[in-house]
Structure formats: C-alpha cells, structure tokens
Design a binder for this molecule. Structure first.
Ligand code: UDX
Length: 454
C-alpha cells in the first residue's frame, strides 16, 4: 500500500514554524511521508534534530531570503512596538505567488517519482495553498496555530455577530456573548476585530480563511476539517462552539527538538545554579519588542521583586538596561534562548509572557504559571483564558498609557510566585497536556484518526 504523503505549508515565522514542525514530526512518526514547505528565511528558523524518518524540507525564495526587512510600526500603544515586514502586503503577495508556484512544481515532481501528495496542510490564513490544492484536486486542511477560542470568535464575527463585537469600544462595560464561549470584554477580544484596530489587511486575511471554509463546506457538503493546536480538556467548549466546522484538537504541539541548542549554554548553567522554582523567565516571543520606557518599568519590577530573572531581550538600544541588570547581579539577559528547555527547567518558577499561543501552550505543558502581558492579536484572548478559564496565571493591569508599571509587575509576580492555587492549577494542566499527546491520549488519537482518514 502506498504511504500517505502530506505537503505541509508554513508561514515563515517562529509562531507558525515551531508548531508546524512538531505536527509534521508526529505525522512522520505515525508512518507517513511529510514534506514541509516554507520560504528560505522560514527554513532558517527551523531547529530540526534529531531528524525523523520520512520528514524532509523544501524551500522557495519569496524575495526575503535574508529575513524580513523589519520596521518598527507604532501600533498606538506606548507599551511597545510590533515588528512587521516593511511592506507587508508586498511581502504577502510575493510569498503567496512564489509559494503557489513551488507547491505545483513539488506536486508534479512527487507524482513523477510515484509519490502522490495525499493532502496539503497549510498554516491558517495561507488560503492560497487551499486554492492551489483545489486546482490540483488534492484535499487540503488548515492548521490553526492559535487557541480554538480565538478561531470560534473569528468564526462568529464573520457569521453575523460582528455587531456585538463592534459595540465593545463605544460601550465600555459591554460584554460579548458568543455560543459556548466565556463572556468577552473589549480587552479580551482578538485585537484585529476591534473597530479601531489599524491592521485591516490582517483582518481581511482571516476573513478570506473563513470564506474558504464556507466554500469548502458547500462544495463537499460536509464540515471542513481544521486541525487545531489545542486539546480537548483545555478548550472543550470552544472546540464545540462552531457547528459548521470539524475542529480536530491535536495539541499541544510543543517542540521536541529544542534540547540540542540549549545543552551547554550559559543560561542553562545559570539556571542549574538557582534554587527550584525561583527564577522569573521574561520573554515576549519573536515579534514584539517593548519600548525603552516599558523595559525600564519591567526592570524596576523585577529588581524590586528580588528574585533571579532570565530575560530575553531582542533588538537594539538596550545598553543601559543591560548595564543595570549586570550591576544588580540578580538577572541574566540573553538575545534568544531555547524557550521550551528554559520552561522545563526545575529552577523556572514563573513566565512573564505576551501570551503568544506557543508561549502559552509551552508554559501550560511545562506546568509554569504565568504573568500575562498581552499585546495584540490572539494574545488578549489567551490572557483571559489563562487568568479566568484555566486559573494558571494573572493578567497585568496597564496604566492609561498602556504601560505596565514596575509596581504592578511586582504585585503580579508575588501573587503568582506565592500562589499555591495557581501553581497547583499549572501542574494540573501540565499533566493533562502530557496525557493528551501521550500514546492513546485524546490528541494522539485524533491525529492518528486523521491520518487514517487521509
Ligand atoms: C505569533 C503571534 O505574535 C502570536 O500571538 C500567535 O499566537 C503565534 O504567532 P510570537 O509572538 O512569536 O507568535 O509568539 P509565540 O506564539 O509565543 O511563539 C514564539 C515561539 O518562539 C515559541 O515557540 C517560543 O518557544 C520560541 N522562542 C521565543 C524561543 O524558542 N526562544 C526565545 O527566546 C523566544
């Protein structure tokens, strides 16, 4: 019998690449052939070791081979800046055109070799991959790399509930009620849906994704399948919030390849020398850089808490902060670390995070409670879930300029580091996450059933 062959297309950012690689590794371990396709710059972000039999990579040039040409794009908040490609629409157009050409070329080459592509799996919003799949008459499935709750909010927004969401900013205190989801205030909603949000191009990309699902449902007369980086126990209600889609939780997709980059590194040795659960780990993912004023407030909060801290600081203009950290003798600053390994280290006691979905899932899967400082996109909703839904952390309150002040950070850190209940909950989620992806767990079974169907 021919082996199923999955072509998995990923957006070239860590937030997409990391869960996609883990997904592909699990597919390959289930006995299938998998080819991951991304751009040259995306491929450089992949940490792949040890290799898994059956998994290989293909790349294409999107014109940004040396990486994204970032510019800092003020998003109206004093807390920081969000980095986006200098000319995002241009980048997205180039990426999709070059990607579509490469998919067609690969499918032809594989066919000539006698290995037909069984299914194209694409990172959410890369709907051009679904278009190509339809043209080539190959089934396609989206991989949703954010919480199921966020997927459900988008779905309802694009299917008749937009008037409720549009009301939140003009009617402070109004709570949005959507099927099977918790009540959501303005600060809890995915930021791209807020009427005042400037990223209409991203909102349109999401809209296109949901139109693609609608068309697929009409054509096939069945519910479109969506693979979701979540697990049953974590988001049971949200996973059942959209009757028109077949949401398949297969997560948490946590990198199993990190170890190699962290062994022998200075920060792991530094962690080794700290007491159990004593270290505050601070990182805001791969896209956001807090501004200087915000960094100073964070530093004040960390120093006043008088606990050891490991802080990932990317970007320039940080000399003064680095000097102050050095002088304090309390912390260590690194430009990047192997985050999964840091979270898995017994000395790590708390994660100050922007609540990107990978950071959030990694923290839950490692049993590390969180101080949530969400910035944009899905992070606001994840912070709400961490604090109110899963009770595995607290969300900071920002001042009227959107700044997290040092005193507030100290308050949150004390609540989390000293909170028995929060720590217990974090450990509960760790166990449930491990169970879900372990052999015979809910996500493991879902993935195997998906492979069988294909
Ligand atoms: C983006 C969006 O911002 C986020 O909201 C969405 O949920 C996913 O895509 P990003 O901001 O980079 O992601 O955050 P996150 O989802 O947390 O992904 C970052 C990844 O990079 C994580 O897997 C994390 O482990 C890794 N990382 C980050 C490191 O390995 N080392 C670091 O020093 C920082």
């Amino acid at each position: 019998m021919a082996v199923a062959h999955f072509l998995v297309v990923s957006f070239p950012l860590h937030g997409h690449i990391n869960p996609t690689v883990e997904f592909a590794r699990r597919l390959a371990r289930a006995g299938t052939r998998v080819t991951i396709l991304t751009s040259v710059s995306g491929h450089r972000r992949v940490i792949e070791s040890p290799p898994v039999e059956g998994l290989s990579y293909a790349t294409f040039s999107d014109g940004y081979d040396d990486g994204f040409n970032f510019q800092l794009n003020k998003n109206g908040s004093a807390t920081g800046t969000v980095e986006r490609p200098k000319d995002a629409p241009d980048f997205l157009a180039l990426f999709s055109q070059a990607g579509a050409r490469k998919v067609k070329e690969l499918v032809r080459t594989f066919r000539d070799e006698g290995s037909h592509v069984t299914c194209i799996v694409y990172s959410m919003s890369l709907t051009w991959a679904a278009d190509v799949a339809r043209e080539l008459e190959i089934p396609s499935v989206a991989l949703w790399i954010q919480p199921a709750t966020v997927l459900a909010v988008y779905y309802h927004y694009f299917h008749g509930y937009d008037h409720l969401i549009n009301r939140v900013e003009s009617d402070p205190g109004f709570l949005v009620e959507l099927p099977k989801l918790p009540l959501l205030a303005s600060k809890d909603l995915p930021s791209f849906l807020l009427p005042s949000d400037p990223h209409s191009d991203i909102r349109e990309a999401f809209q296109k994704q949901f139109s693609t699902f609608d068309e697929e449902g009409k054509e096939s007369k069945s519910k479109p399948r969506v693979l979701v980086n979540s697990f049953d126990e974590l988001e049971r209600e949200a996973l059942g919030s959209v009757d028109q889609l077949d949401l398949i939780p297969i997560g948490p997709l946590i990198s199993s390849t990190a170890k190699k980059t962290s062994s022998g590194s200075d920060y792991m040795e530094w962690l080794d020398s700290r007491p159990v659960s004593s270290v505050v780990y601070v990182s805001f993912g791969s896209i956001i850089s807090p501004c200087k004023r915000q960094m100073e407030e964070i530093l004040t909060g960390l120093l006043e808490t008088r606990r050891p801290f490991l802080w990932v600081i990317r970007g320039s203009d940080t000399g003064e902060i680095l000097n102050r950290v050095d002088e304090s003798g309390e912390g260590l600053v690194v430009p990047w670390c192997s985050q999964v390994e840091v979270l898995a280290h017994p000395s790590t006691g708390c994660f100050v995070t922007h609540c990107g979905w990978n950071s959030t899932s990694e923290s839950l899967a490692m049993g590390v409670p969180m101080v949530c400082f969400p910035q944009w996109t899905d992070q606001t909703t994840s912070a709400k879930l961490v604090e109110d839904g899963w009770k595995a952390g607290v969300r900071v309150r920002v001042n009227e300029d959107g700044v997290l002040e040092g005193g507030e950070l100290k308050r949150c850190l004390e609540e989390v580091m000293g909170g028995e209940e929060i720590r217990k909950n974090a450990m509960k989620w760790r166990d449930l996450a491990r169970e879900a992806v372990g052999e015979g767990g809910s996500s493991d079974c879902n993935l195997r059933a998906f492979v069988e169907k294909m």
